[in-house]
Design a protein around this ligand. Sequence first.
Ligand SMILES: *[C@@H]1O[C@H](CO)[C@@H](O)[C@H](O)[C@H]1NC(C)=O
Length: 278
Amino acid sequence: MKSLSLCVSLVPVLVLVLVPGLWVRVSAAPGCGPCDPDQCAGLPAAGCAAGSVRDSCGCCSVCAAAEGEPCGGRRAAARRCGAGLECVRTDEDKKMKLGDEDKKKKLGVCVCKSNYEVCGSDALTYSNGCALRSASLAAENQGKEPISIQNKGRCPTAPVIVSPPGEVYNVSGSQVYLSCEAVGVPTPVLTWKKVLGGKKREELLPGDKDNLAIQTRGGPEKHEVTGWVLISPLTEEDEGSYECHAANAKGEASAVGAIRIVHSIHDIVKTVTTEDEL
Ligand SMILES: *[C@@H]1O[C@H](CO)[C@@H](O)[C@H](O)[C@H]1NC(C)=O
């Protein structure tokens, strides 16, 4: 039964494909007059954000509905989404199980079919393929090169230290840590070095000290990495500058923090107050 009804329903499609003259007349929504291209309003000089499509009467070129714009609607007034976009009706309408004819009356919103970030050939990151397409159409309209997709995901960027290690003061025997947060695409690799005086200018951590540990984890944001130097118990030897170093294929960045020993807990309070006053 199913295959029989499928065959029957294919017949009109075949007729339309085989007889081109029929196509325009039959596909035109009810309410369309005869097509006179001279009567079509031109496209805006600034171009269309989501490109152009045939109107629902199959006659004039009109701007397609862009991402976030309403789409759907009845007959001659129906609006279609641009390439890469689909018309999504609200969940409420789906739940109500409307008949086909009723559904056509309901307006929807154009939503991009792809929902991941892309990197354009202009080295800019776009929220999705539709945003890139819009930018490309705008560029072409200004006589510039179109923008193509360079890669899925964000454009590669050199690391940036978004939260450098500060200075920490405490008494010997205490537990201290320095933290450092870096961002980059691809996500940078974080390392710590102790800055030394003299010939041996720096030492890669953790080294062989058993009162020092390095911890690293991804986040808090995507493409971010956070690392810590943890020292417990703090000794005179640990005093000094610590460099947080972030590197990926695009470059590197570093920032220096410090650990200082104070003689009593009261000195920590004093130091903090001094910083606040500055
Ligand atoms: C100083 O040391 C104490 C005891 O180990 C610790 O609880 C406190 O968090 C430390 N303060 C700072 C600023 O690191």
